[in-house]
Write a protein that binds this ligand. Structure first.
Ligand SMILES: [Zn+2]
Length: 261
């Protein structure tokens, strides 16, 4: 069922790539043989979409990519995983395309990295989201609305009724694991990253909804808070964030019984 939906999804949006045939991608053959677990790291925004407002320093799309690459480097060292970044450069990728990348890779975990923003400059701290049709509170709904608003820059994409229907078909089977992973990453962030812990929340993020894997969205800190922003612009602190997410993933892998091969 899941594969059928993924196929229909891909066929609707990317008919050329689905039906073009062509040689198998060697990486995929290797992955199938070893049964190695796969992680997709998604640096939010990019290209014409800079992300949230900032007071100074790097743009959200730049902070997200730097943190994502840091996490990628840590996971790359693990023989346990094959890891893929949805983007490695400053390019615009529609949300549906990010999901397609994860689904094509047959991701076991999907991690989307962002930085938060709020009109109230006092708001600070990190939040870890997992996908749920219902937001846990009005603020969570606001954050999801903001992160979803990038679809205004996309052609077709999520506003398409067919896309919405397919997304509503996404199964709930990943939600429990998504919540579990969110809890583990939040606990590690609370210990290792110097930001206030705003906890685990849920909301309907398109990028998580379209992905057939347990997924979380990390809001590392607030771009609109000067203390948080200073920290986000510090390479050493971004390394701490990446390390904390990495430790959360390693705990998840251990508790899931993913064995080293
Ligand atoms: Zn964002």
């Amino acid at each position: 069922m899941q594969r059928t939906i993924a196929f229909v999804f891909a066929a609707l949006f990317f008919p050329a790539t689905v039906f073009s045939g062509g040689p198998a991608i060697p990486d995929k053959v290797i992955l199938k043989k070893t049964g190695i677990k796969k992680i997709v790291i998604d640096a939010g925004h990019g290209g014409k979409d800079p992300g949230g407002p900032r007071r100074f320093g790097l743009k959200e799309k730049e902070l997200n990519l730097l943190a994502a690459k840091e996490l990628y480097a840590l996971l790359k060292k693990e023989k346990l995983f094959a890891t893929l970044l949805t983007r490695e450069t400053d390019v615009f990728i529609p949300l549906a395309e990010r999901s397609r990348i994860a689904n094509d890779f047959k991701a076991d975990i999907f991690i989307s990295i962002h930085a938060n923003a709020c009109g109230n400059r006092k708001e600070n701290g990190f939040e870890i989201y997992f996908m749920s049709e219902k937001a846990s509170d009005p603020w969570a709904a606001e954050v999801a609305d903001y992160e979803n608003s990038v679809t205004a820059l996309e052609e077709g994409g999520q506003g398409d009724p067919a896309a919405m229907l397919l997304h509503s078909m996404a199964r709930n089977e990943y939600l429990n694991d998504g919540s579990f992973l969110a809890g583990l990453v939040a606990a590690e962030m609370g210990k290792g990253a110097p930001f206030a812990n705003r906890g685990v929340k849920q909301a309907a993020f398109y990028v998580l909804r379209g992905t057939y894997a347990p997924g979380i969205l990390v809001e590392m800190g607030f771009m609109t808070n000067s203390t948080d922003q200073k920290k986000l612009n510090d390479k050493k602190i971004r390394a701490k964030i990446a390390k904390a997410i990495y430790r959360g993933i390693m705990k998840y892998a251990a508790l899931k019984g993913w064995k080293r091969r």
